[in-house]
Design a protein. Structure first.
Length: 95
């Protein structure tokens, strides 16, 4: 079965709020057996506009990635993130 991934570019404008989001999101990731593969606050941007923090989280499947994203625990964390940052986020299936 192909892995599922959450890929995000997060432009933080409230560092305290973003720290709160990270504290809330971590347990939600763990609860869904997610593995943070990338968390880089200074990615090397070669094309496009600066993207802020780059994050890639791996899950056992795309369905589990969806379940994580739609979970009550992550929904609460996401609400905090939305007040602290602008985010581009996609769910993708690996090869």
């Amino acid at each position: 079965m192909a892995k599922g991934y959450v890929v995000a570019h997060i432009r933080v404008h409230d560092k305290e709020g973003f720290e709160r989001f990270k504290e809330m999101a971590g347990p939600a990731i763990t609860a869904h057996s997610g593995k943070v593969l990338v968390r880089n606050p200074n990615p090397e941007v070669r094309e496009g506009s600066p993207s802020g923090v780059a994050v890639v989280i791996e899950f056992e499947s795309l369905e589990i990635a969806r379940t994580f994203y739609e979970s009550e625990q992550y929904t609460q964390a996401r609400a905090v993130r939305e007040t602290a940052a602008e985010t581009d986020l996609i769910l993708v299936e690996g090869m």
